[in-house]
Design a protein around this ligand. Sequence first.
Ligand code: 13P
Ligand code: SF4
Length: 308
Amino acid sequence: MSTTAVEPITELAEQIARLKEERKAVILAHNYQLGEVQDIADFVGDSLELSQRAVGLEAEVIVFCGVVFMAETAKILSPQRTVLIPDPRAGCPMCDMAPVEEVRKRKAELPGVPVVAYVNTTDDVKAEVDICCTSANAVKVVNSLPDERLLFLPDKNLAYWVQRHTEKEVIPWNGYCPTHQRIMPHDIHRLREKHPEAKVIVHPECTPDVIDLADEVLSTGQMVRWAREAQAREIIVGTEVGLIHRLKKDSPEKTFIPISMLTTCPNMKRITLEKVLWELEDMRHPVEVPEDIATKARRAIERMLEVV
Ligand code: 13P
Ligand code: SF4
């Protein structure tokens, strides 16, 4: 790597570190963030780990490097803190597949049926549901309910995955992640042929035909821990490509092969080092959740945190 490519990043990282001190801020980053953003974060993790981390922080300011629903979850759990998102356009298309009016309509069609919401939902949807879950704890959350049927939203693929691990009837919503939807069975066949010794790990947002071909189905945080312990030297990774940076850093002795170069989440990639610095300078994008919505949504998130 040439020094001209490194210096601007180092310079930016130093400016961020200085300003972070001044603002008494911490930087939380999701595992899909750009490598240089992960590298300046105080904590990098999956959705569950990030929400758990947001609860116990001492800092006055959280700079959240991820998509909006994640920053909103941090704000709901830490209403007394300023939560900043360096680019408020970093949405999640899966969240938008479950608008609150449609959720209310479906609930009315299913009286008495509890609703489980993946954290990949808007704050007003979280306020309508009984309990939240993440990809790391979805099965556990569903099995913790006393009911025999439940509505699960918005990810149909995660719902199908949970259905494989519960006796309960999981009624899916018709949402999906456009990034994970791009992973195809032929990607796995092709890579297994090329790397016969490799293990294949995929995210539960993948389609059932992809899940059928995988060795392990894991949240991004579980992938990091699994790879650390794995005997395999080569691991084919079926999730957003940002995780490869985290995996390589965490287990440098292993080889990680992205399942496809198409698995990029453009919204996660909206957050850059420059935007993190500008946000610390101007604090222009504080995340706001109306109090009545936050109170109800907090109940559903905290109920999840009690289960795990
Ligand atoms: P994790 O909670 O497994 O990190 O997943 C978050 C996400 O948005 C997956 O697309
Ligand atoms: Fe949403 Fe998919 Fe991006 Fe995750 S990877 S934030 S589910 S669009």
